[in-house]
Design a binder for this molecule. Structure first.
Ligand SMILES: Nc1ncnc2c1ncn2[C@@H]1O[C@H](COP(=O)(O)OP(=O)(O)OP(=O)(O)O)[C@@H](O)[C@H]1O
Length: 919
């Protein structure tokens, strides 16, 4: 029986005498998980709780779901109780039920595991680092994985191992894998021949060992597998599974008989994961590939690369206790000092880094501190953002939990999965990988896109057969590539922590490695300076010209505020051209690939005849980069020297901010970083790009969509917005728009831009549908002839959908088509996903219907907005006024608002909007 609940009070830890001698025990007051009656908000949560409560079996205790009882943790598990704090979640497996003074209590048994905060998913490598030293785990989080040869070689050997398991010939595998890493090897100054030789030597150990296995018996193997445990709160990718047991590859040497302890810990984590998936794991294998490279005459000891060990119960439980300590510390928001473990600092390679970080952040540390602490405000900033990023990480963990808390239907309704696929075929690809195909049986929407990494499963992403796969094509048929074949019937969004990891590193680099003057600017201690630039760059738009002048002349930074359609992209392109002409090396970045490609497209036009197109490089993955920008994309594979030359010679490098945090980009330096969509970036997100340059220019509009984050905290305000407030003199607002008819822009201008936004030219101001070929406003009904119209629909009671509005919108589309408009010129915006689906089911398939977020950055001839507003406008319709600003500023020639005026009039902003629309 499993018991799960929340710690409801202080924990009592004591020692008692039993018939077996002295025993430790901890009595934990636990409020058992809800049985489902109380929690109306989340059906899945309650279903899971119900299941667990049923497992817990305590009828009177769990009947109302809020009963507090006592759970006794015996012996070593009492250690885990030390970290428990009220409010933390606790799970005890195989607990026994006890009656005590008429109350049902629970206690651990010999088979039990105690898991602290099971929904905090700890990575296997994190547990390994933690066991080595908790402080090392922390330092690794802050500094990320650097670009160095051992890391790249390690990756290569792992890849070759995977290939061998998939029966790819060794020589072919090494050649292909080394080639794929051309760019990284080039940056490290390595030659492919030397690296191939090094990898070959390490691979000998693998090959020899595989041969042995094959000669003696029928081995069942599978390569790298992603494993997630909902019970133990652990996840990771095992290098390989042989006969159901984990095999870990280490590129180092080990001359002892036994595997290293920390390596055993890692294998033990995988054993726990495998057991949860129904396996019985009694051994683990560590393969030390360097052992086969060593010369028997020079080294003494056990040179066998493969070392097996028995997977004992004690080790598995130790691993869970370590994981508990880590999870509890993270959840409590504490920072490890190193005293938690027994590692000796004098043997640690990271001792210096540890002391520097401790010194600068004034942290308690076993290794001690060196250097002066950062100013107090910087340390405070560090802590605040560290916490915010960790909260964001927990939100990613919640996304994982949804993989098992929500059923397939709920996930599909949440756009997080494509379900009910019909498996078509699996086809082996070159290199031992697989192509998987499945047919979609419904036209449902989802967040999944081509190029995404997904969990492809035969029915359940965690409990079923599941693989990490890449979506190659997504239309009526889904085409995937994966390492192992799986009979796909379902795809789930893979919640990645990569972005969160990179935010932390970017913040760390900005504060601990950042230039002092840069920090003075970021913390408002110094005013940005500008060099006088006499040149005129743009002669028909003063604000744009001033923006380029500021960007070019900025010694520290410039901030370009660009409301909708004001020529941000054009201004950026013009500014970069001027910088390039001055001989500067420029980084062009933005939050999304789409924005990077848009800006790059405009820039290429400007750079014609200015520089050789070879000196413009787009860094990104094949699936991320738009097809027409593919010729500029930096190829990673190939001859190292050539690949590096291509990057180092580039005068303009374009990449998303996430890519700016990659190992390769972090090695690059620029004179200036220009970041578009900056109002959509968190502070650390923007730092990832600006850390790489001497000076920076941020371009954005803080009156449009804010950063996309899951948690509500300091990450929701962009660096752009904060700096505009802090250094208004560094900012310029572009105030002439080239998009909307004057009538359309009027409301946004007064409401969001202090009335300063104006049409750039009379032709823009006067735009209307008559300008379009074959369209005549005359043939439209009276109430749709004005560029802005309001269509009244009485609200429905259902909160997230309104079928009446959807039906009216379908009529409107027919009306516009009858007046000669092409329906590809119409866009429909609705506040909720549910209403988007509702409208989609009423209108022809090729009409674009979406939420505001998907429309940001684009424009259409005609935009129809469905407000889906009911009675008293309860609940956020567009959540945030910035969203309505985006919605109302997408159209060029006509805007139609569809909604219930009575409901809308209950909110002052929407009331003013109504006055304008019906004027
Ligand atoms: N100074 C200018 N003179 C003439 N046309 C201009 C000028 N600046 C911008 N434009 C035109 O205005 C249109 C919008 O410009 P651009 O695409 O740069 O806007 P944007 O601000 O990036 O738009 P969004 O708000 O969608 O991001 C383009 O067609 C562009 O060519």
């Amino acid at each position: 029986m499993h018991v799960r609940g929340t710690v409801a009070g202080e924990v009592d830890v004591k020692s008692v005498s039993t018939s077996y001698g002295e025993s430790d025990l901890a009595e934990v007051p636990v409020r058992l998980a809800d049985d489902g009656d109380g929690d109306s908000g989340n059906g899945n949560e309650s279903m899971r709780a119900e299941r667990l409560a049923r497992d817990a079996g305590g009828e009177p205790n769990v009947a109302d779901g809020h009963e507090t009882t006592t759970v006794t943790l015996w012996n070593k598990w009492a250690e885990s109780a030390d970290y428990l704090e009220p409010g933390m979640e606790l799970l005890v497996t195989d607990a026994k039920e006890e009656e005590y003074q008429g109350e049902t209590r629970y206690a651990t048994t010999g088979d039990s595991y105690v898991v602290v905060e099971p929904s905090f998913l700890v990575n296997v490598t994190s547990i390994r680092n933690w066991v080595e030293c908790p402080r090392l785990y922390y330092l690794n989080k802050l500094s990320g994985v650097p670009l160095n040869y051992p890391v790249v070689k390690g990756t290569l050997v792992h890849e070759v191992f995977g290939d061998l398991l998939r029966d790819r010939p060794l020589a072919e595998s090494i050649e292909a894998r080394v080639d794929e890493r051309g760019l990284e090897l080039g940056l490290l100054g390595e030659t492919p021949e030397a690296v191939a030789e090094d990898v070959r030597e390490n691979a000998k150990a693998i090959e020899g060992w595989l041969e042995q296995g094959r000669l003696t018996e029928e081995d069942s193997w599978r390569s790298e597998q992603l494993l997630i445990s909902e019970t133990f709160g652990i996840r990771g990718r095992a290098d390989a599974i042989r006969r159901g047991a984990p095999v870990e590859l280490k590129t180092g040497k080990n001359l002892k008989k036994e595997p290293r302890f920390k390596d055993k810990v890692q294998a033990a984590c995988y054993a726990l994961l495998l057991e949860e998936h129904g396996g019985e794991v009694d051994t683990g294998t560590l393969l030390y590939t360097k052992n086969s490279v060593l010369d028997r005459n020079e080294e003494t000891g056990d040179l066998t690369p493969a070392k097996d060990f028995a997977m004992g119960d004690g080790l598995l439980k130790f691993v869970v206790r370590q994981r508990n300590e880590l999870a509890a510390m993270e959840v409590a928001g504490d920072v490890p000092t190193g005293y938690e473990g027994s590692a000796k600092c004098e043997y640690c390679f990271e001792q210096d880094t540890c002391m520097v970080v401790s010194g600068r952040l004034d942290q308690e540390s076993k290794a001690g501190q060196i250097g002066q602490p950062l100013p107090e405000e910087e340390r405070e900033y560090f802590q605040r953002f560290y916490r915010a990023i960790e909260e964001e990480r927990r939100e990613v963990h919640r996304e994982y939990a949804k993989l098992w808390e929500q059923d397939a239907r709920e996930r599909a309704d949440d756009d997080r999965a494509l379900i009910d696929l019909e498996f078509v075929e699996k086809r082996p690809l070159e290199g031992g990988r697989w192509e998987l195909r499945a047919r979609r049986t419904s036209g449902e929407n989802s967040k999944l896109r081509e190029g995404d990494l997904v969990l492809a499963s035969d029915g359940h992403p965690v409990r079923g057969d599941s693989e990490l796969a890449m979506i190659e094509r997504l239309d009526d048929e889904v085409v995937l590539t994966a390492d192992e074949p799986v009979e796909v019937t379902r795809l789930d969004v893979y919640p990645s922590e990569l972005t969160t990891d990179r935010l932390l590193v970017a913040m760390h680099d900005a504060l601990l490695k950042g230039d002092e003057r840069r920090k003075d600017i970021l913390f408002g201690r110094t005013e940005p300076e500008f060099e006088a630039i006499p040149e005129t760059f743009i002669d028909n738009n003063d604000a744009q010209n001033e923006a380029v002048t500021k960007a070019v002349g900025a010694r520290d930074c410039a901030l370009i505020h660009g409301p909708p359609g004001t020529g941000k992209t054009y201004t950026i392109a013009r500014a970069i051209r001027a910088m390039v002409e001055r001989g500067e090396r420029v980084l062009l970045s933005a939050f999304t690939n789409r924005a990077v490609d848009n800006a790059l497209e405009a820039l290429l036009e400007q750079l014609e005849d200015v520089i050789d197109p070879d000196r413009v490089v787009r860094v990104g993955s094949e699936s991320g980069v738009r097809d027409d920008m593919e010729p500029y994309r930096l190829e990673r594979s190939g001859e190292p020297e050539d690949r590096v030359a291509e990057l180092q010679n580039a005068q303009v490098v374009a990449a998303t901010t996430a890519t700016c945090g990659s190992r390769v980009m972090k090695e690059q330096a620029f004179d200036v970083a220009l970041v578009d969509e900056a109002a959509q970036l968190t502070e650390p997100g923007a730092c990832a790009a600006i850390n790489l340059a001497e000076r920076f220019v941020l371009v954005g509009d803080h009156e449009q969509l804010p950063p996309v984050v899951r948690a509500e905290n300091d990450l929701t305000e962009s660096l752009f917005e904060r700096l505009i407030d802090c250094h208004p003199e560094a900012g310029v607002m572009l105030d002439r728009q080239y998009r909307m008819n004057q009538r359309i822009q009027a409301f946004a201008s007064t409401e969001f831009y202090d009335g300063e936004l104006r049409p750039a030219e009379p032709a823009v101001a006067a735009r209307n549908l008559d300008d379009l070929d074959g369209v005549s406003r005359e043939s439209l009904p009276d109430d749709l002839r004005d560029p802005v119209s309001f269509v009244e629909v009485e609200g429905e009671d259902s909160q997230y959908t309104d079928s009446e509005e959807a039906a009216r919108i379908a009529d409107l589309i027919e009306t516009y088509e009858a007046a000669g408009l092409d329906r590809s010129d119409i866009g429909i915006i609705a506040p909720f996903r549910a209403q988007v689906s509702e409208i989609s089911s009423h209108v022809p398939e090729d009409v674009a219907v979406d939420t505001v977020d998907r429309f940001q950055g684009s424009s259409q001839e005609v935009i129809i907005v469905s407000f889906t507003a009911t009675g008293t406008l309860e609940g956020p319709i567009f959540e945030d006024y910035r969203r309505i600003n985006v919605a109302l500023t997408r159209p060029k020639r006509a805007l139609v608002l569809v909604g219930d005026p009575t409901a809308l009039a209950t909110d002052p902003v929407y009331e003013r909007m109504l006055e304008w629309a019906t004027a």
